[in-house]
Design a protein around this ligand. Structure first.
Ligand code: 5GP
Length: 198
């Protein structure tokens, strides 16, 4: 996910990248962030993954097939993209650029490879890594939410181990042990980075 916040004094929009292993609670934290700060724009990604129960086209994701995704890559329509646990995920370029031009900060909730591409292309982006309290707890959460197959969870856990090792590459790290505490820490980080916008 990418988040862009607007600084009222500087009149500049910020690109905010939120990354962390699958199951760490990024989605819940980001939902909370947007509820408290409706001035932020959440980027909707494109994916080749099948929709989960309750997921809505255009809200959770734009669900596309591999051919369409490939076309988007070839037409440079994606700001960044990556393969994750057997599926492709990417950020549509145009809405992010348009929102930033209009001075709106944008939030991206994305995995590690995509976050690295953003670091390369947008060095001013604020990059936040959400950590689990432990890998055991992360495993428990992934099995507990029962959204994916056994095989998919195994792939996500393998990927989580690699992602957590990269947490130090990010500007800041937030441990999501207690949701309320993690949320407060996240908000403090944003307040410090964008004093006049939140
Ligand atoms: P899920 O299948 O659980 O919705 O997402 C799997 C992973 O893909 C999560 O870590 C999520 O943050 C990441 N992801 C979602 N959208 C994008 C995107 O546009 N680009 C990248 N690189 N990762 C994404």
């Amino acid at each position: 996910m990418i988040l862009v916040l607007r600084s009222k004094t500087m009149q500049t929009a910020k690109l905010i990248v939120i990354t962390g292993p699958s199951g760490v609670g990024k989605g819940t934290l980001v939902r909370s962030l947007l509820q408290h700060h409706p001035e932020l724009v959440l980027s909707t990604s494109v994916t080749t993954r099948s929709p989960r129960l309750g997921e809505v086209e255009g809200k959770n994701y734009y669900f596309v097939d591999r051919n369409k995704f490939q076309q988007m890559i070839e037409n440079s329509e994606l700001l960044e993209w990556a393969e994750f646990a057997g599926n492709l995920y990417g950020t549509p370029r145009l809405p992010v650029i348009e929102n930033i031009k209009q001075g709106k900060s944008v939030v991206l909730e994305i995995e590690l490879q995509g976050a690295r591409q953003i670091q390369h292309n947008f060095p001013d982006a604020l990059r936040i890594f959400i950590l689990p309290p432990s890998m055991t707890e992360l495993e428990k959460r992934l099995w507990g939410r029962a959204q994916d197959s056994h095989q998919a969870i195994a792939k996500r856990l393998q990927r989580a181990t690699e992602e957590v090792k990269a947490a130090g590459e990010f500007d800041v790290q937030v441990v999501n042990d207690n949701l309320e505490v993690a949320w407060q820490n996240l908000e403090t980080i944003l307040l410090n980075s964008l004093p006049s916008s939140v």
